[in-house]
Design a protein around this ligand. Structure first.
Ligand code: BES
Ligand code: ZN
Ligand code: ZN
Length: 489
């Protein structure tokens, strides 16, 4: 799919060439392409500004059928994300024009004064991610993904980065897997089906898989998790994925919220927008996809993925507001809102994983609160942790991958709000303010003796508008972030 290739375009030519252009600097090392850019700049509507586009057919005397020029804006704003978006837009243009293959020109690292990897990696990522269409449920498929994406890389660069296209394909391929799961409708990913699909893909990647069914979960005392699935005709599932490349050392445990549909339960959500709650298993999709990527890459780090998977439905057997349940940890929880169900499944998964694996680090990802979307909008995740160095690593990975995380506080005195008159803790506070913080504080009560971070991905897990390298629907947010962070922890 992704290839680094060198061709003498003056002699051999290429069919479809995509060329990045900066507003205020020449960035190509190729004389022939520099000539083309010069020609493009003579056209008044094309200045290389961000968003500027121009197509020239058979320009100059070169054997090139068509050249797309895409503006990147000013030199000082050039970063990884600008390059990702450029490559993504180029691929989308190609798909729109029904092409089978394109060649992308790489800005010269010397001219833009960047490390070559800092240029090449985001270009490969943007191109690969953009070349994905979610048309499974359309009878008529209007568009087709490109068959081949090439990058015009000089031989020395090709040699140095021989393995990069493959590793980008692995991580971004896992992102696409997560996107597909998130976008899939809930009638096709009932807990049993979703668990089976995850296990199937995980096995193919070489992970060890374990499934704890509802019966086993009941025996083990997952009372909080089972209170969420009580109203559904589907049975709760706990999927465990293990990547165990080294003999010694505590693992990193990743936990992902897997609510295949969140109706709210007896505290039924309002009708408008309820369909979005098919994405409430995004945390689980991301964790599964990250483990799959780690296995495929041969990451040298023991990893465990724990996915509590349930459906939250109202019915005669559903949990009622006011019910009190016993969680895996032994603590009792007064459920005052059945729509705060994510935390109820996560506490059992976190407590069980803590006891079973004694991990060095635990990170959970969850579409936990609407309040986090109110605070940070739809593109930035909320990060909660008491561990400064873990926070730093995750925030930095977020900047590099543009899967951005913003740290929010977990003030001790806010824990007051979770005190219950009858049980050990209540699942929602009396006050509605600071909902994302309340959710994180609730989870923190069930994590002992390990470095832990909670990432609330309620905003960025899915997109309502198409982006430069992601369509409408699941975004796979967190897969690139976690792969990057795990390599650096
Ligand atoms: N799955 C929702 C959170 C959510 C909201 C995800 C918007 C994606 C987009 C979660 O289970 C929920 O319903 N949370 C409640 C918590 C409240 C009852 C304390 C919320 O955010 O309103
Ligand atoms: Zn809910
Ligand atoms: Zn939910």
């Amino acid at each position: 799919m992704l290839h680094l290739r060198w061709v003498d375009i003056e002699k051999k030519g290429v069919k479809n060439l995509i060329v990045p252009v900066l507003e205020d600097r020449e960035i190509t090392d190729h004389q022939a392409i520099a000539g083309l850019v010069k020609q493009a700049r003579t056209i008044p509507e094309f200045k290389g500004e961000k968003g500027n586009e121009l197509v020239l057919y058979q320009p100059g005397s070169l054997p090139v059928e068509r050249v797309f020029f895409l503006g990147l804006g000013k030199y000082k704003t050039l970063d990884r994300e600008v390059l990702r978006a450029f490559a993504g837009k180029g691929i989308k243009k190609g798909i729109g024009m029904k092409l089978a293959e394109v060649m992308i020109e790489i800005p010269s690292p010397e001219r833009v004064r960047r490390d070559p990897e800092e240029i090449l990696e985001p270009l490969l990522e943007g191109a690969f991610l953009a070349n994905h269409l979610f048309s499974r449920y359309k009878q008529e498929k209007k568009e087709r993904a490109l068959e081949k994406i090439e990058f015009l890389a000089p031989p020395a660069m090709q040699r140095k980065f021989r393995d990069l296209p493959k590793s980008v394909e692995t991580v971004c391929g896992a992102t696409l897997l997560a996107r597909e799961w998130v976008s899939m409708p809930s009638n096709e990913k009932k807990p049993e089906q979703f668990a089976k699909a995850v296990i199937g893909q995980a096995k193919k990647a070489g992970l060890k898989t374990t499934l704890l069914t509802e019966k086993v979960l009941r025996q083990k005392g997952f009372g909080s998790m089972l209170s969420v699935s009580a109203g559904s005709e589907s049975q709760a599932q706990l999927v465990i994925l293990e990547h165990h490349p080294v003999k010694t050392g505590k693992p990193v445990v990743l936990v992902g919220k897997g609510v295949t549909f969140d109706s709210g339960g007896i505290n039924l959500k309002p009708g408008t927008g309820m369909e979005e709650m098919k994405t409430d298993m995004s945390g689980a999709a991301t964790v599964a996809a990250t483990l799959i990527a780690a296995a495929r890459m041969g990451m040298k780090q023991n990893l465990v993925g724990v996915l509590p998977i349930v459906e939250n439905m109202p019915s005669g057997s559903a949990t009622r507001p006011g019910d009190i349940v016993k969680s895996f940890s032994g603590k009792t929880v007064e459920i005052l809102n059945t729509d705060a169900e994510g935390r109820l499944i996560l506490i059992d998964a976190l407590a069980w994983a803590g006891k079973t694996y004694k991990p060095e680090i635990m990170i959970d990802l969850a579409t936990l609160t609407g309040a986090c979307v109110v605070a940070l909008g739809e593109k930035i995740a909320g990060l909660f942790t008491a561990d400064n160095s873990l926070a730093k690593a995750i925030v930095e990975s977020g900047e590099r991958t543009f899967e951005r995380c913003w740290r929010l506080p977990m003030p001790d005195d806010y824990k007051e709000l979770l005190k219950s008159d009858l049980a050990d803790i209540r699942n929602v506070a009396e006050s509605r303010w600071g909902g994302a913080i309340q959710g994180a504080l609730f989870l923190s009560e069930f994590v002992k003796d390990c470095r832990w971070a909670h990432i609330d991905i309620a905003g960025p897990a899915s997109a309502k508008k198409e982006g430069p390298y992601c369509g409408v629907g699941g975004t796979g947010f967190g897969v690139r972030l976690l792969c990057d962070a795990l390599a650096r922890l």
